[in-house]
Structures are given as structure tokens and as C-alpha cells.
Write a protein that binds this ligand. Structure first.
Ligand SMILES: NC(=O)c1ccc[n+]([C@@H]2O[C@H](COP(=O)([O-])OP(=O)(O)OC[C@H]3O[C@@H](n4cnc5c(N)ncnc54)[C@H](OP(=O)(O)O)[C@@H]3O)[C@@H](O)[C@H]2O)c1
Length: 245
């Protein structure tokens, strides 16, 4: 265990799998006290046992403002502060616009965009107090939209817009805003796509290249949040070397 983040408190949303889980473990390995939130509490309980140091499991649904406020409050109650928010919870229900099941659009907007906004809103007073950092997990889809990812891309473009406004509002007060834009990472994200053709296409893409691993993104987050206070790493784009688009 390192101690670059000793005495720091982090909250990671969407920590029950994939990038969030790896990031929580990486922050813990750097000495941070980490609260981990997601809906699947059983997976969070298992994660706590793998942590290098103290970790707090919080059942959290980011689409529910009360749940978000409670998770932030419990983090501060347990660890006394909040220095780093990793806003990572997300869903990617890919599919074409025409004929889409619009309840999937609602889920994506409520989770990826509104959910991450609610979490910033609840965490901000604490981050301002500690001159902390917000890590916003966006995507390459937050830079380039493509067919069959219109709504997912819209949520990620939205995260970028919100993050830049947030940066301008809080950077002079010492809070750093980091947007992380991963390319294809091997996680369960695409397994939740309901359209069988889209799901198969994502799985095919995964086998066609050396994908990123969740730990690759976790390392980037650790890099950003361990810089000296005067250095703000505002944006990190990471693709697999083999990913063309
Ligand atoms: N994998 C990629 O290629 C890739 C690329 C670019 C960006 N990203 C982004 O990276 C982030 C993490 O995705 P991942 O790839 O690690 O996929 P993942 O393994 O499916 O992780 C998604 C996480 O979000 C959580 N989540 C979903 N809905 C939630 C809700 N309403 N409240 C709280 N937590 C919720 C899930 O936990 P529960 O289901 O337990 O709630 C899970 O922990 C997402 O924002 C995704 O858009 C991924």
C-alpha cells in the first residue's frame, strides 16, 4: 500500500463492477479512505474485503436524489470529510433512435447525466471545504457521437458541458475537475444492452482488439488526483491502441 492519498476521503459511484470497482481499489491502495456506492449491495460487501484499507459500502441509486444525498452524508459521517468524488455510475443501452424503447433513454439520462449532476450537487460543499477533486467519467462517446449511440453520447456530451461549467465555477476555490474519456474497456457495460444485434456487435468489438482493462482507467484517475494542488488535469482521453474510431 502507498500513502500518496493518506488522509484523503473518496466516494466512488458505480463501484460494484468494472471501472468503478477498479478505481475504488486503486484509491484504497494509495491510502485513501473510500466509500463505494451502487445498487448491488452484495457486490460492494465483497469489494470491501478486497480493499487495502478502510472501505465503506453504501447502497446507492444515483437516479434518486435522496439516496445520493444520504450516500454523501454517510461518507462524511464515517470518514469526517470528502476530498475526491469519482462520478462513474453509468449505463449504455445502445440502439438506433428510430423505434427505440424510450424508457431506455430515460434510464440513461437519469443515471449518466442527472445522476452525476445530483452527486456533484450533494458533494460540492464538502469538496469546497477540502479543496477536493471531482472525476467525471465520460467516454469517447462524449467527444464523437456515432450511429446507435445517440442518447448515450448525448449524456456523455452533457457531462463534458456540465464539467466545464463546474470547473469555471470552482477552480479558483481550489476544486479540480477531471473529465476521463475511456475508449473500449472490458467490463459488463455492454452486457446490459437489450437489443441483441447491438449487444452482439459490442461483444464482437471486444474480441477484435486488445481492449483496455478497468485498471488502466483506475491508474489514470490516480494520476489525476495525486498531482500537486496547483496542477489540474482537466481531461484524459484513453483509447485502446487497437481502437481506430
Ligand atoms: N466499458 C467501457 O468501454 C466504457 C467506455 C467509456 C466510458 N465508460 C463509462 O464508465 C462508467 C463505468 O462503466 P463500466 O464500463 O465500468 O461498466 P459496469 O461494469 O457496467 O459499471 C457500471 C456501474 O454503474 C452502476 N450503476 C448503474 N446504474 C446505477 C444507479 N442507478 N445507481 C448507482 N449505480 C449505478 C453499476 O452498479 P449497480 O448495477 O450495482 O447499481 C455499476 O457499478 C460508465 O459511466 C460508462 O459509461 C465505460
Amino acid at each position: 500500500m502507498n500513502n500518496t492519498l493518506a488522509g484523503k476521503v473518496a466516494l466512488v459511484t458505480g463501484a460494484s463492477s468494472g471501472i468503478g470497482e477498479a478505481t475504488a481499489l486503486a484509491l484504497s491502495a494509495e491510502g485513501a479512505l473510500v466509500a463505494v456506492g451502487a445498487r448491488r449491495a452484495d457486490r460492494l460487501d465483497a469489494l470491501v474485503h478486497k480493499a487495502a484499507g478502510e472501505m465503506l459500502a453504501l447502497e446507492l441509486d444515483v437516479t434518486d436524489q435522496e439516496s445520493v444525498r444520504a450516500a454523501v452524508a454517510k461518507t462524511v459521517e464515517r470518514f469526517g470529510a470528502l476530498d475526491i468524488l469519482v462520478n462513474n455510475a453509468g449505463v449504455m443501452l445502445a440502439g438506433p433512435i428510430g423505434g427505440a424503447d424510450t424508457t431506455e433513454w430515460t434510464r440513461m439520462v437519469e443515471t449518466n447525466l442527472l445522476g452525476s449532476m445530483y452527486t456533484v450537487h450533494a458533494a460540492l460543499p464538502h469538496l469546497l471545504e477540502r479543496k477536493g477533486a471531482v472525476v467525471q467519467v465520460s467516454s469517447t462517446s462524449g467527444r464523437v457521437a456515432s450511429a446507435a449511440s445517440g442518447v448515450y453520447a448525448a449524456t456523455k456530451f452533457g457531462i463534458t458541458a456540465f464539467s466545464e461549467a463546474l470547473r469555471q465555477e470552482v477552480t479558483a476555490q481550489g476544486v479540480r475537475v477531471v473529465v476521463v474519456e475511456p475508449g473500449f474497456v472490458a467490463t459488463e457495460l455492454a452486457d446490459h444492452i437489450t437489443d441483441p444485434t447491438m449487444r452482439a456487435a459490442a461483444q464482437q468489438m471486444a474480441t477484435s482488439m486488445r481492449t483496455l482493462q478497468p485498471e488502466d482507467i483506475a491508474n489514470a484517475v490516480v494520476y489525476a488526483v495525486t498531482q500537486p494542488q496547483h496542477v489540474a488535469v482537466n481531461e484524459i482521453l484513453i483509447r485502446p491502441t487497437d481502437q481506430t474510431r
